[in-house]
Design a protein around this ligand. Structure first.
Ligand SMILES: Nc1ncnc2c1ncn2[C@@H]1O[C@H](COP(=O)(O)OP(=O)(O)OP(=O)(O)O)[C@@H](O)[C@H]1O
Length: 294
């Protein structure tokens, strides 16, 4: 079986500016694949090349076994694409617009649009041009998912969605995976990729830093942890614990960065009465630094 996505030596220059350098990528069919990187890493550039919206300076890609430069409409029929900067204008209602797209595609099962509207809480009677960014994003998600394409290419799909809807979106991704579809999803947020993806690549400044098994990434990536107790605690109790660094203990509050195992930390914490636990994901730059030391 051919790969869902294959890129070899992909390079893109805009004049003197190098947006992408020698990228190799292979995404298997049926895989949920995260494409991670901060703004400007080259994610949208790669995605646009996969869709033949722009052409590479060097290297080649195959999408579902076909060169997108020759695949045309037949290839596009198998791809659901959500652009990073979605622009939807016009006086049509969401229902009319999505109904039109469904007719064009001809493969959308009856009731699918209503079910998606229910899941993502979208009022189909609203005019798309007057919608908020988040609602427009939902329309874009519908358009990508509704015909259950073999391959979903999603550029920052949850941008503009509130946390509840981000979770609902992730259920759509899980459903697509269960259905054997391939999902290629860019993001600058590790946690959303961690929840759904099998593997992820991490990009920075147009270069691939590494390919990661997402389960490993979850274990290895640092988290900022804050524990608050109902009384002052002894700093010595928390000193030198495995997987704990940047420790600061002030009165009732312990702050630290954890990496990997947190078992010892919580065993020590259990000596006291814990009032609250806050664990936050650092931004990608910090994760890069922790994983790759640069
Ligand atoms: N049409 C263009 N002309 C010139 N430079 C461009 C063009 N499109 C992108 N770039 C540059 O190429 C680099 C990669 O951009 P790209 O949009 O692929 O990054 P990204 O990872 O998708 O980030 P973002 O999330 O901000 O879109 C950036 O430095 C960007 O400024």
């Amino acid at each position: 079986m051919s790969a869902a996505i294959l890129a070899e030596g992909l390079t893109k220059r805009y004049g003197k500016h190098v947006a992408l350098t020698d990228l190799d990528l292979e995404v298997a069919q049926g895989e949920v694949f995260g494409f991670l990187g901060p703004n400007g890493a080259g994610k949208s550039t790669t995605i646009r090349i996969l869709l033949d919206l722009i052409r590479p300076t060097a290297g080649r890609v195959e999408v579902l076994g076909t060169d997108p430069r020759v695949g045309g409409a037949a290839l596009r029929a198998h791809i659901g694409y959500l652009p990073g900067e979605l622009e939807i204008e016009g006086r049509n209602t969401a229902g009319d617009l999505l109904g039109f797209l469904a007719d064009q595609r001809g493969t959308v099962e009856p009731g699918r649009i209503a079910a998606l509207a229910d899941l993502l809480d979208l009022d189909l009677s609203r005019k798309v041009g007057a919608m908020s960014k988040g609602n427009k994003q939902k329309v874009g998600i519908f358009a990508a998912f509704m015909h259950r394409p073999r391959l979903l290419i999603l550029d920052e799909p949850t941008s503009g969605l509130d946390p509840l809807l981000q979770q609902r979106f992730l259920t759509l991704v899980s459903e697509a995976k269960a259905n054997g579809q391939t999902v290629f999803m860019s993001s600058h947020i590790l946690s959303e990729v961690q929840q759904t993806a099998d593997r992820a690549v991490i990009m920075r400044s147009g270069k691939l830093l590494g390919t990661e098994n997402v389960e490993d990434l979850r274990r290895r990536s640092p988290r900022a942890v804050e524990l608050v107790f109902d009384e002052d605690v002894f700093a010595d109790d928390f000193a030198g614990l495995p997987g704990v660094r940047d420790l600061s203990v002030t009165g009732r509050t312990v702050r630290c960065t954890t990496e990997g195992e947190v078992d010892e930390l919580f065993k020590k914490a259990a000596k006291y009465r814990l009032v609250s636990v806050l664990s936050t994901e650092p931004d990608l730059e910090q994760i890069f630094f922790s994983l790759y030391g640069r």
